[in-house]
Design a protein around this ligand. Structure first.
Ligand code: PMP
Length: 403
């Protein structure tokens, strides 16, 4: 794994006089040369708009764009490429379902079930929809600092639920949720499921048919791919029963002044010129990750997550959030009474990139009685030595503030 660092040019730099230690991967990962090069190659050789064109460059762009869709279907083990809709990322994918599925299927008094650990991206779209449709939101509780879903009342909560949306891996706690089991129980209760895979795609093998979800959302930039690109997987029959999300070019079959008809899925949901280079980049990222093996990346992530938890737990007065065991490759903590922003700023002085704040999970932070936490999050290129450096720096910061 360590040799893979060389694939990531951004890691090869000093920050504030020290070797960069990039531990902000849950926000966005660095990009390998294979991805950067593919985007560059697209703009230098194939750049053209997709579909409708008959000239060579347009054909190449279309083939690459639709080829990326096929590759994404294979990456997720979807039944067909038509089940993949390209979006700007997880946030837009969830908004698409809330708008296009919600408008058709949600009635006054219906219930949507979420969990208390959702990112704002998997909360606000449902709040907006609930307000529009007169629906109600319920939440699967989080147990406390160990950050697990309390599934004690899950069947009761699912009873009468129309849609259950939940994260695979918590970006704030590092919890890995039992997505397959949650989908099974939701299905038994007749609820549609949406998995937020922002933190798991690119970190672990993902098989939508094995998970049994109806929808799954991901962002390319959190899995070694470009920003502004992502996708929504949706089961075909559900996608076909949905209205368009946005109107414009590309998503129509026939247009008249008085009314129009829609293209077939997935194009019905892709109005306007898409992020073509982003699709090329996403495909390169998927190839890159599978070249390493997502099972190996998962193993590496888990080992670093466990090591970081153990090393940081040795620091006197630190409060670690999320499960002690079975965690993903990230650790969130409160360092005594040192504010998270001070921790992040002081770590940056020695070249360590962390993130501090509520990590877009403000309700969860309120529930745990903290305003903000500091988060270190890992990816395939991080090492145990980097975690040792982090632990040393955190000790020093703690000592400095205790004087
Ligand atoms: N869900 C989770 C769990 C996330 O961690 C994030 C990004 N922090 C998102 C959703 C939103 O992803 P994006 O900003 O790429 O749309």
């Amino acid at each position: 794994m360590e040799a893979r660092r060389l694939d990531f040019p951004a890691l090869d730099q000093d920050v504030n006089g020290n070797r960069l230690v990039y531990l902000d991967n849950a926000a966005t990962t660095q990009k390998p040369r294979a991805v950067i090069g593919e985007i560059r190659r697209f703009y230098e050789r194939d750049n053209s708009n997709v579909h409708r064109g008959v000239h060579e460059l347009s054909n190449r762009a279309t083939l690459g764009y639709e080829g990326a869709r096929k590759r994404a279907a294979e990456f997720l083990n979807a039944t067909s490429a038509e089940e993949i809709i390209f979006t700007r990322g997880t946030t837009e994918s969830i908004n698409l379902v809330a708008s296009a599925w919600g408008a058709r299927h949600l009635r006054r008094g219906d219930r949507i079930l979420l969990t208390e650990m959702e990112h704002h991206s998997n909360l606000i779209p449902w709040q907006l929809l609930a307000a529009r449709a007169g629906a109600r939101l319920d939440f699967v509780p989080v147990t406390g600092d160990e950050g697990l879903l309390d599934l004690g009342r899950i069947d009761e909560l699912l009873d009468g639920t129309r849609l259950f949306a939940f994260t695979h891996i918590s970006n704030a706690l590092g919890t890995v949720n039992p997505v397959g089991e949650l989908c099974r129980r939701a299905k038994a209760a007749g609820a549609v499921t949406l998995v937020d895979a922002a933190q798991s795609a690119g970190h672990a093998p993902l098989n939508v048919r094995e998970i049994g979800c109806d929808f799954l959302a991901l962002s390319a930039h959190k899995m070694a791919g470009p920003t502004g690109m992502g996708l929504l997987y949706g089961r075909r029959e559900l996608l076909e029963a949905m209205d368009p999300y946005q109107g414009g070019g590309e998503m129509i079959s026939s247009v008249d002044f008085g009314g129009s008809t829609w293209a077939a899925v997935p194009h019905k949901f892709e109005a306007g010129t898409p992020d073509i280079s982003g699709a090329f980049g996403l495909r390169a990222a998927m190839d890159y990750l599978d070249g390493i093996g997502r099972d190996r990346i998962l193993e590496h992530d888990r080992a670093l997550g466990a090591y970081a938890y153990a090393r940081l737990a040795e620091i006197p007065g630190i409060r670690l959030l999320g499960p002690a065991e079975g965690r993903a490759g990230l650790v969130s903590f409160v360092l005594g009474d040192v504010h998270a922003h001070d921790v992040v700023m002081l770590a940056d002085r020695v070249g360590i990139a962390l993130r501090g704040g509520h990590h877009c999970t403000q309700p969860l932070h309120r529930k745990l009685g903290v305003e903000s936490t500091t988060r270190a999050s890992f990816y395939l290129y991080n090492t145990a030595e980097e975690i040792d450096r982090l632990a040393d720096v955190l000790r020093e910061i703690k000592r400095y503030f205790s004087r």
